[in-house]
Design a protein. Structure first.
Length: 286
């Protein structure tokens, strides 16, 4: 018997994950127009930018301006790897902060210049501080299936990294197939275990679509009880430090599949297509 939720929440990551790997600098005006069009389509949760080193990810150098100029509608996340970024984000009025650490230490060294253990330790005190200030904290767990450098990751390692963040008190885990290689069986297995282990934490699935199994992985995760999915309008995206990874699963494809199964998202498919049309002329990676 197939078990499906009545409603699903989409967390749009196009303005952050979608654009961070784009080699041509996208003007702030165009990013803002994309965000506005996504809001008009009914997106209520979105990663709008990231507070990272502009030397590492030049595309996100306008994070302050994005935060100063966006219409504050719904839950707007900013992504950051460290205390410095959290402080900058708070100064700009962010009240939903996403941190990120991979299961794979090799990936973390390439992405944030730290091992997994070092990355977790340096986040502990600043996350406690965010929680004290009633800021919503989402922990993004990268390379939860495969690492571009180390290959398949152990499920016990994934669960123990997630547990570190759950014990810190984060509100949400966004668990990622960074390189887009997971199979539906791997998706069902990991997300069933996550739902069982962490029943009081929001569990979100984040699929890249390199091997074109992201929709199948979402269908498998739905059956494991997941009702929150990250996706990127236009299928843009990828991590600059995960070679071989392509874009996130496209929001318009996820929403269409969900609607065809009678699952509500609150998103207007025609307006979503307009949001894709707003950003498409300014990106080269799709
Ligand atoms: P580092 O070079 O080891 O650190 O970089 P550092 O402390 O020596 O800092 C280097 C410079 O960056 C210094 O500036 C710092 O002040 C500055 P300088 O003195 O040279 O002028 N700096 C910052 N500037 C702005 N905001 C900050 C910040 N921190 C330091 N927050 C660091 C370490 C973590 C900073 C760097 O490696 C970095 O920024 N990495 C970010 C990589 C990234 O954004 N990757 C993509 C996001 S993760 C992802 O896409 C995966 C996800 O989608 C899920 C999935 O699919 O897996 C979430
Ligand atoms: Mg990603």
């Amino acid at each position: 018997m197939i078990s499906l939720p009545n409603t699903v929440t989409i967390i749009e990551v196009g303005p952050r994950d979608g654009l961070q790997n784009e080699k041509n600098y996208v003007k702030t005006e165009h990013k803002l127009a994309y965000i506005r069009a996504l809001q008009a389509a009914g997106i209520t949760e979105m990663e709008v930018t990231s507070f990272v080193s502009p030397k590492w990810v030049p595309q996100m150098a306008d994070a302050n301006e994005i935060m100063a100029r966006i219409d504050r509608l719904g839950k707007q996340f900013v992504l950051t790897p460290n205390e410095r970024g959290m402080e900058n984000a708070k100064t700009m009025g962010a009240d939903h902060i996403a941190v990120f650490v991979g299961v794979s230490s090799t990936f973390n060294q390439k992405n944030i210049n730290k091992t997994t253990a070092e990355a977790v330790e340096q986040l502990r005190a600043p996350i406690a501080e965010l929680l004290n200030h009633n800021i919503f904290v989402r922990a993004c767990i990268s390379t939860a299936f495969y690492c571009p450098y180390e290959g398949k990751q152990g499920i016990d390692d994934v669960i123990s990294l997630c547990r570190e963040f759950v014990e810190m008190g984060v509100h949400e885990l966004s668990v990622a197939d960074t390189v887009g290689k997971a199979s539906p069986l791997e998706s069902y297995t990991l997300f069933s275990l996550l739902k069982k282990e962490f029943p009081d934490t929001l569990i979100t699935a984040h699929f890249h679509d390199t091997e074109k199994m992201a929709l199948a992985n979402i269908f498998a995760a739905l059956q494991a009880g997941v009702d929150r999915f990250d996706s990127s309008a236009g299928g843009l995206g990828g991590c600059p430090f995960a070679p071989g990874a392509t874009g996130n699963v496209a929001t318009e494809r996820v929403v269409h599949m969900l609607h065809r199964m009678g699952i509500a998202t609150g998103i207007d498919e025609d307006l979503l297509k307009e949001a894709v049309a707003v950003i498409s002329p300014h990106v080269s990676i799709h």
